[in-house]
Ligand binder design. Sequence first.
Ligand code: DAH
Length: 344
Amino acid sequence: MEKIENQIKSLKQELATALAAAKNEQALEAVRVDFLGRQGHIAKLMESLKTASLEEKRVLGPLLNELKQQITQLYTEKKEALISQILQQQLFKKQYFDVSASLANQTPAHLHIYTQLIQELENIFISMGYKIADGPEVETEFYNFEALNIPKDHPARDMQDTFWLTLPNMLLRTHTSNVQVREMEKQEPPLAIFATGRTYRHEAIDAKHDILFSQGEVLMVDENISMANLLATAKTFLQAIFDKKDIKMRVRTGYFPFVEPAVEIDASCPFCTNGCSVCKKTTWIELLGAGLVHPNVLKCGGINTEKYSGFALGFGLERIAMIRYGINDIRLFHSSKIPFLDQF
Ligand code: DAH
């Protein structure tokens, strides 16, 4: 009996210490469970009373009940004090909230430079009556090379270092020209399509080369399509993309197996008339590969070459953006660098 009485005394002391130490709601709850919970100190003392004599019960019973009440009251008081303290802290925070404090620098969201450029390019070609097309990035050797008059072992394949997949005859497309025969197969001429997309080449990466870049591809097939149609389209496109009516074009012979004749088209530098850093003092900027679609390619697409002819034109998206915005490193496009992206 004496033992239990002592326990009752020391419990009060223990509770006082535990309550004083409880600085938040979780800690307070742990104290409650420890003292008043079903397995807590009080419950254990009550349990031990079961085996006590009737006389002991008479003395200890009321003592224990009193203890329980006291403990419950101390706990409740502490809880109320804690809650009011928390409320006061919250109020303090609100009261002294500085509405004039400047916000940390925020970057408003906007479209990626690629998306902006693609939308702009698509609008230019849509305004000329073109349909937007799309092709797969994981492509067969057929659509990327053979259908474009580049047979196996043809030296022209060396122009485009290729990522071959472990799947037979599959690769990552090296150019968007893969959409050409795919589109010819889909519909009869007249055909006027514009496609953009990612392209891949197994290159050493530097400021001018990346293994992943983007291209735009233009294809028109109809009766009597000639070099005149190609040059007029190229000119309209260059005028629109550089927003300059008096842009001049220079046409040089080129070599792409899927067009004959093949040409490379330069634009007069949009920034100068007598040489600057963008045109490397030449006043010309190389921009487009183009030509009249080779009959072998038309045939591959199931097109009657007696009746129809076509032109095709391709260019690099990054190159257009680099010239327009004076970007000197192609790697920036995929760098996810906010200060770079933020500018567009
Ligand atoms: N596919 C060529 C390349 O990636 C670019 C090109 C040249 C596309 C001539 C064309 C074209 O449509 O007619 O280098």
